[in-house]
Design a protein around this ligand. Structure first.
Ligand code: ATP
Length: 355
């Protein structure tokens, strides 16, 4: 078993930055877990504290039932893959992969055999004699993965391992990483600031802000029901529309329009709320439509198979995804009708759940 349990894990750097603020989190054995959040939210600190590269100020890290909080990195049985791969430039691929085995005093013959085996699993057999500068970015990334795998760790810790790859290689490497993790079944913690990557790869995601976890859930949960307006504005390739309004007879009134809400919300007339609706869940109409948010078409962005239209009206800017065949002309009036079943309502920034 190599589940990871963090209890009240806190890291305060010299100078007073509270990078981790009493984090409680359990990651299951074999889980692919992503840490997601804006720059400076504490993702890397959390990963480095798991690896033992940072000392926790307080709280504990338990790995597979063993408290490793005070253990040195080399004794934790975890392998970290860094953003820049940190390969040894003067060593061959074989020697790079075998390096952690050498540190563990595995005899030479067995070392080379295990390095060759791991290299074969990652499709690196043809490159064993090369040095890192004779490899592509994607191949270097695989060598870093092979080096992490060679000593059969109980957990992989990845710090943005795909961010140095170009867009196409990145997609390929993403699929490869997911397949590999499934096959090996090794508990994996993955840091990224790329939400599409986290949604695509992870079994569960923790969205962090200021050293705290703001939401913990599956990609579908985090995408469909962001627990607060911070997560709502962070997740999604086009950000969610978050419109300030007030409750009025079971609806949310935004700029003189009663917007439909999901059934079962307990709203007190007059209270201030935020109405959340993703651009994908509004339908676009050229003609005025009852219940639709109207405005002037300000921007039309081409998304490939669709277009993202920004309307500017009494409710402020509203974005709506429109199919590629609809002609939308900047400067004209447009109308966007929300789907009640996809609308989310936030009170003091927290999601209201239907009763
Ligand atoms: P990024 O996505 O930019 O890498 P992150 O979410 O990984 O950000 P961390 O690197 O964990 O964030 O940093 C969390 C906070 O701790 C930031 O405010 C950062 O400035 C601070 N911090 C990180 N390392 C140190 C350090 N060695 N000394 C002091 N403060 C630090």
């Amino acid at each position: 078993m190599a589940d990871i349990a963090l209890a009240a894990l806190t890291k305060v750097y010299p100078g007073g930055v509270r990078a981790l603020d009493a984090i409680d989190l359990t990651i299951a054995d074999g889980e692919f877990f992503a840490l997601l959040g804006p720059s400076g939210c504490g993702k890397t600190t959390l990963l480095r504290t798991l690896a033992g590269l940072e000392t926790a100020t307080s709280g504990s890290v338990v790995l597979g039932g063993t408290d490793v909080t005070a253990l040195a990195p080399g004794r934790r049985d975890v392998a970290m893959v860094f953003q820049d791969y940190a390969l040894f430039p003067h060593m061959t691929v074989t020697d790079n992969i075998a390096y952690p085995l050498r540190i563990r005093k595995v005899p030479g013959g067995e070392r080379r055999e295990r390095a060759a085996e791991t290299a074969a699993e990652l499709g690196l057999t043809d490159y064993l004699a090369r040095r890192p500068d004779q490899l592509s970015g994607g191949q270097q990334q695989r060598v870093a993965l092979a080096r992490a795998m060679a000593c059969r760790p109980r957990a992989f810790l990845f710090d943005e391992p795909l961010s140095n790859l170009d867009a196409r290689l990145r997609l390929e490497a993403r699929t490869f990483l997911k397949r590999l993790q499934r096959e090996l079944g090794v508990t994996t913690v993955f840091v990224t600031h790329d939400q599409a990557e986290a949604l695509a790869l992870a079994d569960r995601i923790a969205v962090m802000e200021h050293g705290r976890i703001r939401q913990l859930g599956t990609p579908a949960e985090v995408f469909r029901r962001p627990a607060n307006t911070f997560v709502a504005s962070f997740i999604g390739s086009t950000p969610m529309n978050l419109l300030p309004g007030t409750a009025a007879r079971g609806a949310v009134r935004v700029a003189d329009l009663a917007l439909p809400t999901p059934d079962g919300l307990d709203l007190a007339d007059g209270e201030e709320l935020t109405y959340g609706i993703r651009p994908e869940y509004l339908t676009y109409h050229e003609a005025p439509t009852p219940g639709a948010l109207g405005g002037e078409v300000r921007v039309v962005e081409n998304l490939g198979s669709a277009q993202l239209v920004t309307l500017e009206g009494p409710a402020g800017p509203v974005q709506v995804v429109v199919d590629e065949d609809t002609e939308v002309t900047p400067g004209r009036e447009g109308h966007a009708l929300p789907r009640a079943d996809r609308a989310l309502v936030y009170r003091d920034g927290e999601l209201l759940t239907p009763t």
